[in-house]
Design a binder for this molecule. Structure first.
Ligand SMILES: *[C@@H]1O[C@H](CO)[C@@H](O)[C@H](O)[C@H]1NC(C)=O
Ligand SMILES: *[C@@H]1O[C@H](CO)[C@@H](O)[C@H](O)[C@H]1NC(C)=O
Ligand SMILES: *[C@@H]1O[C@H](CO)[C@@H](O)[C@H](O)[C@H]1NC(C)=O
Length: 565
């Protein structure tokens, strides 16, 4: 093993962060200045979490992609927000493709000429709401090592060893095709889990002998991560699966899947982190396949299927992308890749019947073997599709989460507030720890109770006497008046909580004001909203409606920052 310092996996790879408008967090993005990327999570803008993660991974070529309407506030934040300006240079580029609108799918976005021109190497694609504690360099290393195990580009492994990835770019693929890597995480049974969180359906299979990374026993560090890689063979939002199950009265899987991958596991409580390491050729795949709308559902979904579904890779034009010779005539004319095989009705397969029914809601992965042998005697030397590797994060650490709803914004903020500060933990502190739990202790009155272990209080914030604050995150320049009681709350910058309020499980937006003697439970208050004195509310959303703008259809189902809701 090379020593970690000899490995600089991030060099030569670029990253694209998709900065969508944040429809799913609309209480806090009503004002255009406050795009999703700038929503505070544990007192730092969301975009800080991806930028600092990428920088730590050695990636410096970072592009933020955002609609033209939000360029100005994003640029301003990059230049002025102290958390963002404190990140190591160079600062990221901002790309605002002319044709990018709020409802555009992520794969459509990749086809935009400006984005096509921007992609020059293998690339990481990630959303602006991702918090990931898995070291990026471990993911990159795992990906690179498995690529060389596959006989993929040797230039990548050379790059790792010494000279930098001199040709990991467009041309560096002669030795074989590089695959990709995507990350999934468990949504349930975690401290930060919330009710009704969306999940994805993902089926994974063990890597083949020839694909297995060179680690066969449990070890620590990046190698352990490599040991846990598998291959994605199906991936789609759970909502799509439920729709299919209703339509088909069961989940239909193809024989060829279970035939090729008898040890397939299906996961239904995990979520696609939308964090992908893609080889350069994916740029061309996205460009050619005009029917791909979303990266996660279409591009990743079809790629995963193409690995085992004969003829699909050709249909997707992968053969042409790979400029590879193959025998066109081997394919029988009457056979269509999409319908070549019968489908297996899993519900009808006796031994798995009840378990699958249950599984859709449970967290146990199920394994099953193919019961039905189909004759595929005429195995043709088809197109070899590079695998899409899956890293499935199962334990509660390291932490991975997409923060794309108010409930997750709150639960994740509270979780991050429990991290020991750098002051307390020193070098052992989490990469997301703050220097201090209470940034401005002078602002806290004498007779207050604040549980420091699970609270975070920002710069210049004042807390008057007789307040009780537990398990909460309070931003900068906030005023908490005397006798207020806060528990499990997220109070954003510049807000005011007047005297004797009791807030439990609430999110209070920037510069909002809560009138005195109010009692709020599990409620959200939008930016700048004024809650009257003595308000008593539970499960309410207070926000200023400015009316939807005509050109914005806020439907949000397929738009590029919330494509899987
Ligand atoms: C690998 O998987 C095992 C078993 O699922 C798990 O205990 C371990 O924490 C995983 N390691 C990493 C680095 O993900
Ligand atoms: C601190 O708060 C005061 C009064 O609320 C304000 O005038 C000042 O600008 C704030 N300072 C910073 C650094 O935000
Ligand atoms: C608190 O409420 C009182 C009475 O409604 C008001 O006069 C006062 O200005 C408020 N304080 C703050 C800090 O908003």
């Amino acid at each position: 093993m090379p020593s970690p310092s000899a490995v600089v996996p991030g060099v030569g790879i670029q990253a694209l962060i998709l900065c969508g408008p944040g429809v799913s967090l609309n209480t806090f993005t009503a004002n255009e200045e406050f795009l999703k990327a700038l929503i505070p999570l544990a007192n730092r803008p969301l975009i800080y979490f991806q930028l600092s993660w990428l920088k730590k991974s050695g990636i410096t070529d970072i592009t933020l992609i955002t609609p033209p309407s939000t360029v100005a506030p994003l640029q301003a934040a990059l230049q002025q927000n102290p958390h963002l300006t404190s990140l190591p240079s160079p600062s990221p580029s901002v790309l605002a493709p002319k044709g990018l609108d709020l409802n555009m799918g992520t794969a459509e976005l990749l086809r935009l000429p400006e984005v096509q021109a921007c992609i020059k190497t293998d690339f990481l694609l990630l959303p602006c709401d991702l918090v990931c504690e898995i070291p990026g360099e471990s993911l990159l290393e795992a990906w690179m090592v498995s690529q060389s195990a596959l006989g993929g580009s040797s230039t990548v492994s050379e790059g790792r060893n010494a000279h930098g990835p001199t040709s990991s770019g467009p041309g560096g693929e002669q030795g074989g095709r590089r695959g990709g890597l995507s990350v999934y995480y468990q949504t349930q049974g975690r401290e930060e889990s919330v009710k009704g969180e969306g999940t994805d359906f993902v089926a994974i299979a063990p890597l083949g002998e020839d694909e297995a990374p060179a680690v066969s026993h449990a070890v620590d560090g990046p190698a352990a991560l490599r040991h846990n890689l598998s291959k994605v063979v199906l991936s789609m939002p759970m909502a799509t699966v439920k729709g299919k199950m209703e339509g088909d009265k069961g989940l239909l899987l193809r024989h060829s899947l279970t035939d090729k991958h008898p040890r397939v596991k299906m996961l239904s409580t995990f979520r696609d982190a939308h964090l992908y390491i893609f080889p350069y050729w994916v740029k061309e795949l996205a460009l050619r396949q005009e029917r791909f709308q979303s990266v996660s559902e279409d591009l990743v979904g079809f790629w995963a299927k193409a690995e085992w579904q004969q003829g699909l890779g050709e249909k997707l034009g992968m053969d042409e992308i790979f400029h590879r010779e193959y025998d066109h005539h081997a394919e029988s004319g009457s056979h269509d890749g999409e319908s070549i095989e019968e489908e297996i009705d899993l519900l009808a397969m006796s031994t798995t019947k009840s378990r699958l029914n249950v599984n859709v809601a449970s967290s146990d992965p199920i394994s099953f073997a193919s019961r039905v042998k189909i004759s595929d005697a005429t195995e043709k030397p088809g197109l070899k599709i590079p695998p899409l590797l899956a890293y499935v994060q199962r334990g509660s650490a390291p932490f991975v989460r997409r923060v794309d709803s108010s409930a997750i914004l709150l639960s994740t903020s509270l979780r991050l507030a429990k991290l020991e500060s750098i002051e307390e933990a020193g070098a052992a502190a989490s990469p997301f720890a703050h220097p201090q739990k209470i940034a401005h202790p002078e602002g806290i009155a004498q007779r207050c109770t604040i549980t420091k272990s699970d609270c975070l209080i920002g710069q210049n914030t004042t807390v008057e006497s007789k307040c009780v604050i537990k398990e909460s995150v309070i931003g900068a320049n906030v005023k908490i008046c005397s006798g207020a009681r806060l528990q499990r709350c997220l109070i954003m910058d510049g807000a005011t909580v007047n005297s004797s309020c009791t807030l439990t499980g609430c999110i209070i937006g920037r510069r909002a004001v809560i009138g005195k003697d109010s009692v709020l439970k599990d409620s959200e208050v939008g930016d700048g909203y004024l809650v009257e004195d003595e308000t008593d509310a539970k499960n309410e959303k207070f926000m200023i409606f400015e009316g939807l703008e005509d050109d914005e259809d806020m439907d949000g189902s397929e738009d590029f920052d919330s494509e899987d809701e």
